[in-house]
Design a protein around this ligand. Structure first.
Ligand SMILES: Nc1ncnc2c1ncn2[C@@H]1O[C@H](COP(=O)(O)OP(=O)(O)OP(=O)(O)O)[C@@H](O)[C@H]1O
Ligand SMILES: [Mg+2]
Length: 253
C-alpha cells in the first residue's frame, strides 16, 4: 500500500483573476484596479500594501463580494461571485466572509457579546447558541471579562478585538481586514497582530489584510504591493506549509 498525498498548492480559497474596476465615466472615470491577479491559500495570511489611492480597499471590497468587478473574476472557494444574484452574494458574504474595518463598526447600544452574536442571529441562529458562540469568540480574543460592556466603555484595541470576534463568529472561510490597526496605538496594534497571527497558526484561519504599516505586513506570510491599480510586486515572508486537501491511497503496482 502506497500513500499519495495530492498537493494542490495553487488551490486558492479566494482568488482575483484579471480584476478591473472603474468608477464613474467620461472625464470623471477612475480606473481603480487595472488587471489584478492574486490569491490566498487556506491557512495563509496575505497582506496588501501600497500608497493611498492605489486601490487596496477597492480590491478588498471586491474580494469580499461587497461590490463586483467591472471585468474579471473573483472566486471564493471556486465560485465566481459575479455570477451570483445580489441576494446570493449577500448570503455568501454573511456565511463565509468575515470583515474587520479600521473603524471597528460596532453597534453602540449592544454589549460586546450582543455585537458578536448579532451576525449569527441575523443568520437565523437561536439566541442561546448565538450567545454561547459569542462568549467563546470573546474568550478567543482575550475579552471574556468584557462580555457585558458597551463599546463606548472599551478601549480602541478592545473594540477592535470585539470586531474580530464578531467577524469570526460565523467561522468564515476567510477573514478580510482593512487597516485593522490603523486607529490604534502601537501597543494595541501589536496585540491585534498577535491575535491575527495566532488565528492563522493555531486555527488555520485564512486572512487577507490591508495595511500601511510595514511591521503589520511583516507578520503576513506574503505581501503584495499595489501601485496604481496593479500588483507591482510580491514578497514572501515565510513559506506557508502546504495543507493537503485530500489523501488518496492506492495499491502499488
Ligand atoms: N466609490 C468610488 N467612486 C469613485 N471613485 C472611487 C470609489 N472608490 C474608490 N475610488 C477611487 O479609486 C481609487 C482607489 O481607491 P481605494 O480606496 O481603493 O484606495 P486605497 O489604496 O485603499 O487608499 P487608502 O490607503 O487611502 O485607503 C482612488 O483614486 C479613489 O478615489
Ligand atoms: Mg483604503
Amino acid at each position: 500500500m502506497v500513500m499519495f498525498i495530492l498537493r494542490e498548492p495553487e488551490m486558492y480559497v479566494l482568488e482575483a483573476r484579471d480584476v478591473r474596476k472603474a468608477f464613474g465615466e467620461g472625464e470623471a472615470l477612475v480606473e481603480a484596479l487595472r488587471g489584478v491577479d492574486c490569491g490566498v491559500r487556506k491557512g495563509e495570511m496575505l497582506a496588501i500594501m501600497g500608497r493611498s489611492g492605489s486601490g487596496k480597499s477597492t480590491l478588498l471590497t471586491l474580494l469580499g463580494g461587497v461590490d463586483v468587478p467591472t471585468s474579471g473574476q473573483v472566486l471564493l472557494e471556486g465560485t465566481d461571485l459575479a455570477t451570483l444574484s445580489d441576494d446570493e452574494r449577500t448570503l455568501i458574504r454573511r456565511r463565509r466572509i468575515g470583515f474587520v474595518f479600521q473603524s471597528f463598526n460596532l453597534l453602540p447600544i449592544l454589549t460586546a457579546e450582543e455585537n458578536v452574536a448579532l451576525p449569527l442571529e441575523l443568520d437565523g441562529r437561536a439566541a442561546r447558541p448565538a450567545r454561547d458562540k459569542a462568549a467563546e469568540m470573546l474568550e478567543l480574543v482575550g475579552l471574556e471579562k468584557r462580555r457585558s460592556h458597551l463599546p463606548g466603555k472599551l478601549s480602541g484595541g478592545e473594540q477592535q478585538r470585539v470586531a474580530i470576534a464578531r467577524a469570526l463568529a460565523i467561522e468564515p472561510a476567510i477573514l478580510l481586514a482593512d487597516e485593522p490597526t490603523g486607529n490604534l496605538d502601537s501597543a494595541s496594534g501589536k496585540r491585534i497582530t498577535t491575535i491575527l497571527r495566532e488565528l492563522v497558526d493555531k486555527h488555520e484561519q485564512t486572512i487577507v489584510l490591508v495595511t500601511h504599516d510595514p511591521q503589520v505586513a511583516a507578520i503576513a506570510d506574503r505581501v503584495v504591493y499595489v501601485a496604481d491599480g496593479k500588483i507591482e510586486r510580491e514578497e514572501i515572508n515565510r513559506v506557508t506549509p502546504v495543507r493537503p486537501r485530500r489523501v488518496v491511497s492506492e495499491k502499488s503496482a
